[in-house]
Ligand binder design. Structure first.
Ligand code: ATP
Length: 248
């Protein structure tokens, strides 16, 4: 059994049929990349997994740790150990790094306790000390306003905020977007460290070259359908798929 399984998922925005028969597996412990051009359906796939609506999943199923989560709310899905870092890197620009991390803890606890008894909320994410150990750049900038951090540092803060909740599967939506190559390398290092510490990662990227650097396995999506599945090494060797669907 894989950690995450999508089976023949069809997702819609109103009448628009976007994901068609999407089947993919994410194995425990791996870094899996979902690659594709602009508008291919990458974010729609992550939203279909995380329970964010829209889109509406009208057919197929999403299974996590063997449980069908297709129709669960985002809060219930997140309480089972799936964290999403959306494309727009949600940090509070006027608050400091430390305040952003503190708020993540408070809001995670609040959303995890809705409708539950306290003993069910034993799931604890990273402590603030662990976050600072994992992300030394954030440690150096505890008192700096988040809005004044560089793009890469804001990405790290957004990831750190997600990890404040207990996370078995981290979904990253275009973490390299808008970042310079040197900064991409720093974010790559952070993602690899998180992976080594035991968190499974599903990474969605347009920057296929950077994603292939760290991914164990890759899927390519085009017009809402999976058109390639294989190891990063196989994708590197598959010139036709790369050129046709990824333009690299
Ligand atoms: P990008 O890299 O540009 O974010 P993507 O691969 O993540 O691309 P999606 O955001 O999943 O692409 O979009 C897939 C398709 O769904 C696109 O045609 C897009 O216009 C459409 N779409 C996305 N969000 C909505 C929405 N809320 N309502 C209607 N259509 C949408």
């Amino acid at each position: 059994m894989s950690l995450l399984e999508l089976s023949e998922v069809d997702s819609y925005y109103g009448q628009s049929h976007i994901l068609r028969d999407v089947t993919m597996d994410v194995e425990e412990g791996e870094i899996c990349a979902l690659l594709g051009r602009n508008g291919a359906g990458k974010t729609t796939t992550l939203r279909s997994i995380s329970g964010a609506r829209p889109p509406e999943v009208r057919d197929g199923s999403v299974t996590f740790k063997g449980e069908d989560i297709t129709d669960l709310s985002p809060e219930d899905i997140s309480s089972r150990g799936i964290s999403l870092v959306p494309e727009e890197r949600r940090v509070f620009p006027n608050l400091t790094v430390a305040e952003n991390l503190h708020l993540a803890e408070v809001t995670n606890n609040a959303s995890n306790t809705v409708g539950r008894t306290i003993p069910e909320v034993e799931h604890a994410g990273m402590t603030t000390d662990q976050v600072y150990e994992e992300f030394p750049r954030l440690d150096e900038r505890r008192t700096q306003q988040a809005g004044t951090l560089s793009g890469g540092e804001q990405q790290m803060l957004a990831i750190a905020r997600a990890l404040k909740q207990s996370t078995d599967l981290l979904l990253l939506d275009e973490p390299y977007e808008g970042l310079a190559p040197q900064i991409i390398a720093d974010v790559e290092d952070a993602i690899e460290r998180i992976s080594e510490s035991g968190t499974t990662i599903l990474l969605v990227e347009q920057n296929a070259v950077a994603a292939m650097d760290i991914a164990d396995r890759c899927y390519v999506v085009d017009q809402g359908s999976i058109v390639f599945e294989g190891s990063a090494a196989e994708l590197r060797q598959d010139d036709e798929t790369r050129e046709r669907y990824l333009g690299v």
